[in-house]
Each structure stands twice: as C-alpha cells, then as structure tokens.
Design a protein around this ligand. Structure first.
Ligand code: SAH
Ligand code: F3S
Length: 436
C-alpha cells in the first residue's frame, strides 16, 4: 500500500487545528497545498454555527471533479459536521469516501486501508475510542508556539451549544501525557504552549486539578510561556488564581467567555453564573494580577434577548473593559435547547441581531484601541514568533497580555524574549522598537 499525499482544509477552533495536525501524523505520508496533487483529501469541519457548517460542506463540493479525473482519490470529511450528520453525508455526497468524527482520529489509518482494499465507505463516529489521546500532532519545524490538548469534549450544557453533542462528554488527559508532549515540543524548539480544552480550567486527573497542572508545567526549565484556553467562569478557583499569579511562565491573559451581560439571558443560556459572579471573579483575578488582560466571547440575539438585556451586555463590556472579544449572532443548532426557544415566539429577528452585533463590535473597537493606546511609551516583554506577515524586515511577537507587537528586527531574534518599547497603538496590534 503506497504512502498518502494529503491535502487538508481546516475550519473552526484551535481544537480543530490541533486535530488536523493529528490527522497529518496519523496518516502514513506527506502533505500538499495543492488538492490536484493529493490522493487523500480531508475537510476538517466546524459545526458551531450554521454558516460554519454550510461553508465546510460547500467546500467539499469543490473536489468532486478531481474524483472523476482520479478514481483512486479518497475524499473524506472529519470534525464536528461529520459527527453531527454522519451517514447522511454519504447519501448527500456520492463522491464522499468516509466520515470521521473528532474522537475517532486514531481510527483513520484503519479506515484508509479498508477503503483501499474494499472500496467501502466507512462512517466512524464512535465516542468510545480507547486511544483517544494517542496520536500527537504534527509540529512544523521552527514554530515557536504550539497547542497541547488537555481535554476532549464538554460536560456543560449551554443551551445554544452543539459541542457536547458532537465532541461528547469531558475526558481529561493524564498529567504525564501532557508533560511528555510538552517536553517533546520543547525539544523541537517550542518556547510557548497553549493548553487547549473546551473548559480547560475544569481539567482534573487522579486528584490533580488545573492549578496543579499549571504548577507542574511551570517547573519545566526551557518552557518560557504557558497560555490556556478556554476557561469556564464557574470553574475559576482560588487555587487557579494563585497558581496563575505565582507561576512566572503563566501569561497574564485570560479568555473568559461571558456570552451576555443580562442575568435573564445567562439563565436562558444555562451558563450557571450571574453577572455578579462573573464580575467578582474578575475582581479576584485583578487583585492577584493587577495587569491581567481579559478577553471574551459574546452571543447577541439569543431567543428572549430584549433591547434592555442587550444594553446590559454593553454596560458589562464597558465595566470590564475587555481587551478583545469574539462576538456572534446566535445561530440555532439541531437538537439544542436553544433551537426550541428559537422556534418559539422568543426568536430575535435577524436584522435586530445584526444591528446589535454591529453596535457591540463598534464598542469593542473603541475599547481595544484605547487599551492599545495605553501601552504607548511602555516597555513590553515580547516572545518573538516569526517575521511579520506583510514585511520581512519586521518581526512579530506577543506580550504576556496576548497583544501582537510588530517591530524591526532580524531572524536571529525569533524564539527569544526581547524588550520592546511601544510607540504606536493600532486597531489590533502594537508597534515598537527593540531595546536592551
Ligand atoms: N468552550 C469553547 C466554546 C466553544 S464555542 C471554547 O473552547 O472556545 C466558541 C464560542 O462560539 C462560544 O463561546 C460562543 O460565544 C459561540 N457560540 C457557540 N455556539 C453558538 C451558537 N449556536 N450561535 C452563536 N454563537 C455560538
Ligand atoms: Fe459549549 Fe458551553 Fe461547553 S459553550 S463547549 S457547552 S462550556
């Protein structure tokens, strides 16, 4: 059986990026950026909002004609859309060879062998995969940062969310596996890891909690920085805050999705906290780390959200002064509680939701700009990641607060922590000069 040449397209969150890198390592072969040169095409899909899932499906259609030119070509769908629609996708797309759920990646080699031998069309969407964390992701040579998965699935039941349906219940990765993967990445030149999980701070394993994980990673010498995402507000503990403050390597940035500033809407969303609780958590974080930067996710137009509710969200944004935020119009997902509400009289019309979204995003732009302006004249420790996208004479890196900084510099600084004096605050980044 010959080696594979894989073309892979990735949609969605960090988890999917990580899974695509695992897929690369799972197959025996190499990757290509040109689908015409591939004998294996995989679209790793996202189902979080309707638009995302349609985009993924329509992208598959582009490969139909390649199949008529090359009958040996294997085309597969993986990720959350694969899990959500399963078997139905084979009916809808006669050129599709396999459907692979996000938990079943370790089964991919078997699936490919089976297809090559029998020309069958397997659907593997089982959650019950023993080797869940076994395949480590492909790591691109020279990359300074890397994700490390610490958890799969989610045990929360947010009314709008499809993740627990498509990624299953929470399973936490053993501490020693996380350390092993981190040490391996460090041997490849990585300086910063980002722990990823749907509710990363609820991680626990054999008596260890998230704070213990941060402390254990903090002991590893050559690791410069630790980030993690996404935190669930209710799972912030005193020990977690203390560990964040104590362990120098842990960056002073927390992504803490609030979703809404209205207690009524939070309850409808089943988020299990109130705005008071959220604000008190932020106060505790700021007490331990006065400089901490907070970013968030917000949904507008959830069924039942009135203009007053929405204004409470704007007020909360002003109060917390979020560094940045990802904001979305609510999108009903099949089988969720939110979908039932959406089909009732509580639905918010699309033009109302769009208008709210644009007001919210304008406010965020102002908040981000003023946060960036505050940095002018300050010095920042920046971990240099790469050349700037647009100018090879410039480098880019991030501050502990996860702000992007661009500055003039040479290749040899990549992978180093440098001091940068900030002299300009742009809409989504800073500019400065290295000094020592
Ligand atoms: N815990 C996850 C959250 C996954 S979804 C994480 O690791 O990021 C990311 C964000 O998408 C959520 O925080 C929420 O703001 C948004 N989202 C989820 N379901 C949505 C839906 N049905 N409609 C609109 N936005 C949604
Ligand atoms: Fe989704 Fe809520 Fe879990 S947003 S991923 S159900 S914490």
């Amino acid at each position: 059986m010959g080696k594979n040449t894989l073309y892979i397209e990735t949609y969605g969150c960090q988890m999917n990026e990580y899974d695509s890198d695992r897929i690369i390592n799972a197959i025996d072969g190499e990757t290509t950026n040109d689908p015409k040169k591939a004998d294996l095409i995989i679209i790793n899909t996202c189902a979080i909002r309707e638009k995302a899932d349609q985009k993924a499906l329509s992208s598959l259609g582009r490969f139909k004609h390649l199949k008529s030119n090359n009958p040996d070509l294997i085309v597969g769908i993986s990720g959350c859309v694969a899990q959500l629609y399963g078997e139905k996708l084979l009916k809808r797309m006669p050129y599709l060879d396999f459907v692979l759920g996000p938990r079943a990646i370790p089964k991919l080699p078997e699936l490919i062998t089976e297809i090559k031998q029998k020309r069958s069309r397997p659907v593997e969407t089982s959650f019950d995969i023993e080797e869940l964390f076994e395949i480590v992701p492909y790591h691109e040579e020279g990359k300074i940062t890397a994700f490390v998965s610490v958890q799969q699935g989610c045990n929360k039941k947010c009314a709008y969310c499809i993740v627990p349906t498509v990624r299953g219940a929470e399973v936490n990765r053993p501490l020693e596996d996380i350390i092993r993967e981190t040490v391996y990445l460090l041997s490849k030149g990585v300086k910063e890891i980002t722990l990823i999980g749907q509710t990363v701070n609820s991680w626990k394993y054999e008596g260890y909690k998230f704070a213990d994980l941060l402390r254990a990673l903090g002991e590893i010498d050559t690791l410069e920085r630790i980030r993690f995402t996404t935190s669930y507000p209710r799972d912030i503990t005193k020990k977690m805050v203390e560990a964040m403050a104590d362990v120098d390597k842990v960056c002073h940035h927390l992504h803490l999705p609030v979703q809404s500033g209205s207690d009524k809407v939070l309850k409808l969303m089943n988020r299990t906290y109130t705005t008071k609780w959220y604000l008190e958590s932020i106060a505790k974080l700021k007490e331990a780390m006065p400089d901490i930067a907070i970013s968030t996710d917000i949904i507008v137009g959830f069924p039942g959200e009135t203009e007053d509710d929405f204004e409470e969200t704007l007020a909360l944004m002003n109060e917390v002064e979020f560094e940045s935020s990802y904001s979305f119009k609510y999108s009903p997902r099949p089988g969720t509680v939110g979908e039932e509400l959406y089909n009732s009289s509580e639905k918010i019309e699309d033009d109302v939701a769009s208008e709210r979204l644009s007001r919210l995003q304008n406010l965020q732009k102002e908040l981000t700009q003023s946060k960036n302006n505050e940095r002018i004249g300050e010095s920042e420790r920046v971990l240099v990641e790469d050349f700037s996208k647009n100018d090879p004479d410039f480098l880019m890196g991030r501050t502990t607060h996860n702000r992007i900084v661009n500055f003039a510099g040479k290749k040899d600084l990549i992978g180093k922590l440098v001091n940068v004096k900030i002299n300009e605050g742009l809409a989504n980044s800073l500019r400065g000069e290295v000094f020592n």
